[in-house]
Design a protein. Structure first.
Lengths: 379, 261, 261, 379
């Protein structure tokens, strides 16, 4: 990134109770939809709270557009924040919730000192604010809710109101803390599309925190994987999905076939051979030392006959389990090692119901599995 | 979780509980019904009685106002800020409930009495605590402030701190957040603290009687009539003050509930 | 959510709060430090003082025990069972806090006095309430039972009802569930109710003095010495009872906390 | 079911606040793993609580092994219950939690009346119970946790302890209320397998409540779909998945391509033709009246060239969106109606990353889609 990033975290360290961050560095470009992905308890909310100034990091600096904000109070940072539970003000109507931040901007010094007296209403400004509330409500399709109280809203409606409230002040940055996790699974998808639409419409730089990998892939321009207070990998969804940087990430993003290997030798055409309990697997990598490698279950092709194609890796094995997981079926196939004393190697393969029917697979069937050299990710 | 139709246990427990309810209700009902309306009306026309009741109500209201101004910030701090010695401060707030009332009166007399430093200082601006309304007020304040502070603190604690955090990100200063978010949302707890403290102030006798036998608040008047003339003369005044206390208590409680619903 | 380093608001609020803390602590400290240890020791050797203190403690403990037996079931019902008139019962439990103490004394005297039905009934088994320990106990019970019932009720409310439900599915009867699950898990609230009620009982003066001037409990003794001999004679007794109250209060509070951690 | 079912609900009706059940009928066979599937707020927990006797239905009867239990108190029903939050007793160790129900059985009348005095310890019985606790702990692999308190356990450990506590009393029936929803997504799969293993080992009749369709498919022998207090469909996972009985169920189980049609006519070979905005779709059905029909996204095949196979339904369309959802990619293809004035029909197709690469699909590409007549589910 050549331009000044919208948000920059520099060596952030923060200790709170048992939990700590160490040396967090992160850059988010203006207009980007950035996803922080990590399991529950990896400290994602805490990191957001320190960006927004509700927690103060013990070390490190936070820059927005190149300006140091580390010690600025929250109310001066202009960073929007949507909590997981939406944190709508229960004593205000939807309309009043949305106008809340906008009204703060128009308040005089004396009004700020005596907030419990609503003196000197300014009709011009009130009309201006009402118009802005209407505009943002239209964008989020919540105009009909204006007079209702948060207690009477559904999860999805609450989320839209919280978004409207954060967006109306036109913040430099929008932080979303697990915005979809409080919703019913069947409504999640619709609101995910909604988030994408709003991001496209407003171009608001957004940081979205989640523990759900599919959500991250669907929304993120870039993804950072966070675990136990450390950022493990930053990259495009494709990067993280195809080329996980560690075994933890590989498992977390749903890769099943993870093996450890020694790299045996280079072949003439630039590929490498990996040894696995006597099997030789062809892969493309620049590594030369012992490493992990993985193959995504849906990258493995099953066939009754041995394929005679350009595919480098082809083995025969026996089906041991067939697990139906709704949309996909996961099949475990044990490939016997060429050295008799070693245990067979289990490969997990994902196929559709249609393929299962067509191939008529049953437990204990012998079957061929094959995958490309390029499907083997070495790390 | 427990089933709707009462179990044997519920029935058994209800009998035990009824004894306690009966123990509270019966003496009060018996007192109220023992004086005829005419007698009560005559009692109310008695200047001493009327003045004492007004003095009691007013003093307790002033004590409650003082606690509101000084105690609301403290309640907020206890609910929100982690600081060393918070447990100690919470214990100190509870102490007035534990100190015997007459001993509290003695302690206040030592600090606010005519010959004490504070007493002399205040007498310069014409305020005397002994045998005067300010003495009644500080006695009431001392014995009842715990009720207000604890109730307001619980009110603030029940406010989700995330609401305050979000308000900050929307441009409110901590002072604005307090009035825009924390105070309105804690209002039920604060109101119930005000009601309890005021009612508790009305009921005080031991601490007040040591600082100020005169001017007489209603509980002192009851005691004096009982000591000087016996039960039959104390009873109408007692009935009257019980009725007024109950009336005020019930009204405020209903208001407090409506306010929330 | 609020930042750890104090904001201006916190500082400002802390000043207000300190005034209140000071108002509680100073009179007590002033009283405690005004009597020399020798004088306190001599006071403690005075039979009247010692007997009155023991009587106070014992009466309050008995009142608390009665409230435990009758009030624990009630607290559980209020926490668990939805029934018509629950709000009324909760209001009734709070009434004793509101009723002026001397009026409460009059009301109890009318029901438990020598010429009342209950008074006559009890006198058959040799129990008299007027000018006797049972009178002190019922006066203490009346003014302080709210503290126990409310605290125990909150303790029971904090127990997840699913735990009770699961215990039922594992073969426990409602009665067993109460002792195996509800009581141990609500113990902290119950204990704090016991402490508060006992302490509140110790502090009572107004209701007791009407039912039983003699035998003298400590708060009455303080009042009597103050009225008869003046502040200097009342002070050592007040100091002593304040010290003992504080000691007991602090000990029980620490025990209560350890128990939970 | 010819034999007496283990559990039978007969016309259960229950009203609680805004919520009500109407006329719930259900039979669960001994040894079955039965899944109750429904969205949040469909009253699943309430139904379990009335089976176990913690709520009493206003109407209807509950039978276990043919015996009427409708008015039996919970403690006499011998039905194990595991709540969503596990509801472990926080003041007892893991060991004591597990032994809780087992000890109740050995208590004498006097001990039951005075439960606060632990009088007359019986060493023989204590040893017996300790042995049983050990046995069940071994089955659930939690022997190492015996002396710990619930507060110090992870979600998965809590779940195992709650299971052990319910299983030790050897109940007639085990009810699990969303047992996996409190766990991190990455641990869910392992514990799902664990539930299957324990069910196979103990043969315990189990009713498992969930809102997750994949979980239901992976575990259930049979599935009942519940929505707004009514049971909509009961059947095998395959049934519910392939042949949803209503539009709601179809949506809920993840079918995307749901259309409404009139059935036009029967063809000579026994298939029917369905009209959709001018397209004619071949399907197998006995219905003759206007109906819904659906096609699962993974049952549609994409190809660059028009397929010349036995597949009956083949159309050409334009790609409008490509959404990456991790394991699968969802592509929307709009097929133009033959009648020009009607809007194009969007089909959603699920393919793997591999197919996406192989076909090199981009937005606005023209592509062929085809599906078998048997893949069209009419309802």
């Amino acid at each position: 990134m050549l331009k000044t990033p919208r948000l920059k975290l520099e060596k952030i360290a923060l200790r709170l109770g048992d939990f700590q961050f160490k040396n967090i560095n992160l850059e988010v470009a203006a207009g980007e939809y950035f996803v922080l992905l990590g399991p529950t308890g990896s400290g994602k909310t805490l990191l957001l709270e320190s960006m927004v100034g509700l927690k103060t990091p013990q070390e490190g600096k936070i820059f927005v557009d190149g300006q140091d904000m580390t010690h600025l109070p929250s109310e001066k940072r202009k960073i929007g924040f949507v909590y997981q539970d939406y944190a709508l003000f229960p004593h205000l109507t939807v309309e009043e919730n949305i106008a809340f931040g906008r009204k703060n901007r128009h308040r005089s010094r004396i009004q700020r000192l005596l907030p419990f007296f609503n003196i000197l209403p300014d009709l011009d400004k009130d009309a201006l604010i009402a118009a802005e509330v209407k505009k943002i409500s239209r964008l989020l399709k919540i105009e009909a809710l204006a007079k209702r109280y948060p207690a009477n809203l559904s999860g999805g409606e609450k989320q839209r109101v919280a978004l409207a409230r954060a967006l109306i002040v036109n913040p430099n940055l929008l932080l979303l803390d697990e915005p979809l996790s409080a919703l019913d699974p069947e409504r999640r998808e619709g609101l995910q599309n909604e988030l994408r639409r709003i991001h496209q419409k407003t171009g608001m730089t957004t940081i979205h925190v989640t523990h759900d990998f599919e959500e991250a892939v669907a929304l993120g321009d870039r993804i950072a994987i966070i675990h136990q207070g450390e950022i493990l990998q930053v990259g495009s969804p494709e990067d993280v999905f195809r080329r996980p940087a560690s075994k933890f990430i590989a498992r977390f993003v749903g890769v099943r076939n993870i093996f450890q290997t020694e790299i045996i030798k280079s072949t003439s055409n630039g590929t490498k051979l990996l040894a696995l309990n006597g099997l030789m697997i062809t892969a493309l990598t620049s590594l030369t030392k012992p490493a992990h490698f993985s193959i995504r279950p849906e990258d493995i092709i099953l066939s009754r006959e041995k394929l005679t194609s350009s595919i480098r890796n082809s083995f025969q094995g026996k089906i041991t389990t067939i697990a139906n997981r709704g949309t996909l079926i996961y099949i475990t196939i044990e490939v016997s090692s060429s050295q008799k004393q070693k245990p067979p190697i289990p490969f997990i393969v994902a196929i559709t119901h249609r393929s299962l029917e067509e191939l008529d697979l049953r437990i204990n069937d012998e079957i061929n599995l094959s995958f490309k050299a390029s499907a083997v990710h070495v790390f | 979780m427990i089933k709707k139709h009462p179990s044997k246990l519920t029935f058994f427990f209800a009998i035990f509980g009824s004894v306690l309810i009966f123990f509270i209700v019966w003496p009060l009902l018996r007192t109220i019904t023992s004086s005829s309306p005419t007698l009560l009306w005559e009692t109310l026309l008695d200047d001493d009685v009327r003045n004492s009741i007004l003095l009691t109500f007013l003093s307790s209201a002033i004590a409650t106002s003082i606690a509101f101004i000084l105690g609301l910030p403290l309640a907020y701090l206890l609910a929100r800020v982690e600081f060393r010695g918070r447990a100690l401060v919470e214990a100190i707030i509870d102490i007035p409930i534990v100190v015997p009332h007459s001993a509290a009166g003695i302690a206040l007399l030592m600090v606010f009495g005519r010959r004490s430093i504070l007493g002399k200082l205040f007498s310069l601006v014409g305020i005397s605590f002994v045998s005067a309304m300010p003495g009644i007020i500080i006695a009431m304040l001392f014995v009842s402030l715990s009720f207000f502070v604890n109730s307001a603190r619980d009110g603030f604690k029940a406010v989700n701190p995330r609401l305050e955090g979000v308000a900050r990100t929307l441009g409110s200063t901590p002072w604005e957040v307090f009035w825009q978010i924390s105070f309105p949302l804690a209002w039920r707890g604060i109101l119930s603290g005000i009601v309890m403290m005021w009612a508790r102030g009305l009921s005080e006798f031991g601490a007040v009687v040591i600082l100020a036998y005169h001017p007489m608040i209603a509980p002192v008047l009851i005691y004096e009539r009982f000591e000087s003339f016996g039960l039959n003369y104390a009873r109408p005044v007692a009935t009257l003050i019980i009725l007024i206390s109950l009336f005020v208590f019930i009204t405020l409680r209903l208001v407090g509930r409506r306010n929330h619903a």
